[in-house]
Write a protein that binds this ligand. Structure first.
Ligand code: NAP
Ligand code: GDD
Length: 344
């Protein structure tokens, strides 16, 4: 019989890539989405997975909904990817974020313990838990210091996952993933904001990219590589926690430069502080500028991961480089525009 997986947050970036990965390995995949006026399956459609995933309506705030879903699907593996995943918004909606990202993980763990204790569980943890970093690079043993309601909620979910493993013997893993991007990334996240805005500016000859902290450094990988690590964690012989990262960091400003080069511009950042601007050297065209409205109340300045434990135990390593990642994202946005499709 095929193994059966339940993936929460199937309308999101990672949900789509993970479903594709599991379907390709013979899984029967159930994907959860939350009911809305219009269903949003464009990511699954782009990966050719929309017709093969069995869709289940699930609201993470509703415990009874989680219990009924587990009883109905009876999965071998649960991947909890659903979350309010935008760090910036968590400062405006801290209580909602704590409930969805923190307490909902507890709801799922308690439901698994009650109705399906042999089921394996993956929690989508994050490098945001390291926040104001206590050592560099960050590894599984690095103490947490989250810098946003999002990060705090994810720390709570992480420790709940560890606790259900230690206290109740669940096969529960926490994947501490550093930023991972793709052509399917939401346009509110900085990499896709850069590639979609610059692609639109390139096509139309007008517009301007406005950004917040362009000095923030992230360890950026490709989402398609990272979902392989999620699956490997649940297939490993023991439940454990793993950092997943590339081991290479780049600034937001570098993402702009790389994307602009892909579009044929010759970009250069000039100026100081909030006056910084990125120009095309050849034409003098203003491509990007800093707008303090995009600054966050507390920032994660520089994160860099050490994934050597995952490399050793799971045989996992990233394949797509930073340069190739940005190029793929720019190309996908240009192709969408050329085909008259919206940049969702
Ligand atoms: P994403 O694209 O924003 O997807 C989030 C998913 O969660 C969407 O399907 C969303 O549904 C769903 N969701 C949100 N609130 C929900 C609720 N109350 N009930 C049910 N579903 C809800 O995020 P992603 O980039 O794929 O990330 C997947 C997970 O990994 C998240 O938990 C994120 O925090 C974590 N993570 C991401 C990264 C990264 O760099 N991408 C790194 C570390 C950890 P709608 O489509 O209806 O909004
Ligand atoms: N979104 C956004 N928009 N970020 C900007 C902007 C802007 O206009 N200008 C500068 N930034 C900076 C942010 O301040 C942050 O330092 C960095 O760019 C990355 O921001 P995001 O792309 O929004 O990602 P994130 O690092 O905050 O969070 C993502 O990665 C986490 C893993 O570390 C999300 O996917 C989280 O869900 C994930 O846990």
């Amino acid at each position: 019989m095929s193994p059966r997986a339940l993936v929460t947050g199937v309308t999101g970036q990672d949900g789509a890539y993970l479903c594709r990965h599991l379907l390709d390995r013979g899984y029967e995949v159930y994907g959860t989405y939350r009911r809305s006026a219009s269903r949003n399956l464009w990511r699954l459609e782009e990966l050719g997975a929309a017709d093969d995933v069995q869709l289940v309506s699930l609201e993470l705030l509703e415990l009874t909904n989680i219990l009924r879903t587990l009883e109905m699907v009876r999965p071998d593996e649960v991947y909890n990817l659903a979350a309010q995943s935008f760090v910036g918004l968590s400062f405006e909606q801290p209580i909602y974020t704590a409930d969805v990202n923190g307490t909902s993980t507890l709801r799922i763990l308690e439901s698994i313990r009650t109705v399906l204790p042999a089921c394996r569980f993956y929690q989508a943890s994050t490098s945001e838990m390291f926040g104001k970093v206590q050592e560099t690079p960050q590894r599984e043993t690095t103490p947490f210091h989250p810098r946003s309601p999002y990060g705090v909620a994810k720390v709570s979910a992480h420790w709940m996952t560890v606790n259900y493993r230690e206290a109740h013997g669940l096969f529960a893993c926490s994947g501490i993933l550093f930023n991972h991007e793709s052509p399917l990334r939401g346009t509110e996240f900085v990499t896709r904001k850069v590639t979609s805005t610059l692609a639109r500016m390139h096509a139309s000859g007008a517009g301007l990219l406005e950004l917040g902290n362009i000095d923030a450094m992230r360890d950026w990988g490709f989402a398609g590589d990272y979902v392989e690590a999620m699956h490997a964690m649940l297939r490993h012989d023991t439940a454990d926690d793993f950092v997943i990262a590339t081991g290479e960091a780049h600034s937001v400003g570098e993402v702009v430069v790389r994307a602009a080069v892909c579009l044929g511009w010759d970009p250069v950042w000039e100026g100081e502080g909030v006056k910084r601007r990125c120009l095309d050297r050849r034409t003098g065209r203003l491509l990007a500028q800093v707008n303090p409205a995009y600054y966050r109340p507390a920032e994660v300045d520089f994160i860099l991961g050490d994934a050597s434990k995952a490399r050793r135990a799971l045989g996992w390593a990233p394949r797509v480089s930073f340069e190739e990642l940005v190029e793929r994202m720019v190309r996908a946005d240009c192709d969408r525009l050329a085909a008259g499709r919206p940049l969702l």
